[in-house]
Design a protein around this ligand. Sequence first.
Ligand code: 8GT
Length: 130
Amino acid sequence: MKHHEVVAAIIVDGPQILCLQRGPSKYEYIAYKYEFPGGKVEAGETQQQALVREIKEELELDIQVGEHFMTVEHEYADFKITMHAFLCQAGKAQLTLHEHVAYQWLPAPQLPTLDWAAADIPFVAKLVAQ
Ligand SMILES: Nc1nc2c([nH]c(=O)n2[C@@H]2O[C@H](COP(=O)(O)OP(=O)(O)OP(=O)(O)O)[C@@H](O)[C@H]2O)c(=O)[nH]1
């Protein structure tokens, strides 16, 4: 089974957290699910470098990567991921969606109202609990 090393940015602006909705996918279990922006770490990159690159590509946002928040291992039907989430801040609030279909800024208690990718559930639970 394929394994991917993935980084995800929990972008915080005061009490609000940025949530992104993925578009269509060949895997129905991730299509249109909410997630934290990010992607696969490429060879030779640090996790932080991968995160800065992915967020610039996906949202045209410059972020400051802060502390490591949590790492999860998740096995989907067709592949598995190790996903490292970091708390981040963005230089400006405006963003442009290149790979997602929608976004919402939500306070932590409201995160469970969205339909999250299965791998993200532990992140959401920890954010709500804090
Ligand atoms: N970025 C991101 N990916 C997630 C999250 N949760 C989750 O299951 N994933 C999965 O982790 C994988 C990340 O790959 P990606 O497609 O975002 O990465 P990428 O931009 O490097 O993709 P590419 O292969 O098209 O270049 C996807 O299968 C995605 O569904 C999340 O919160 N953020």
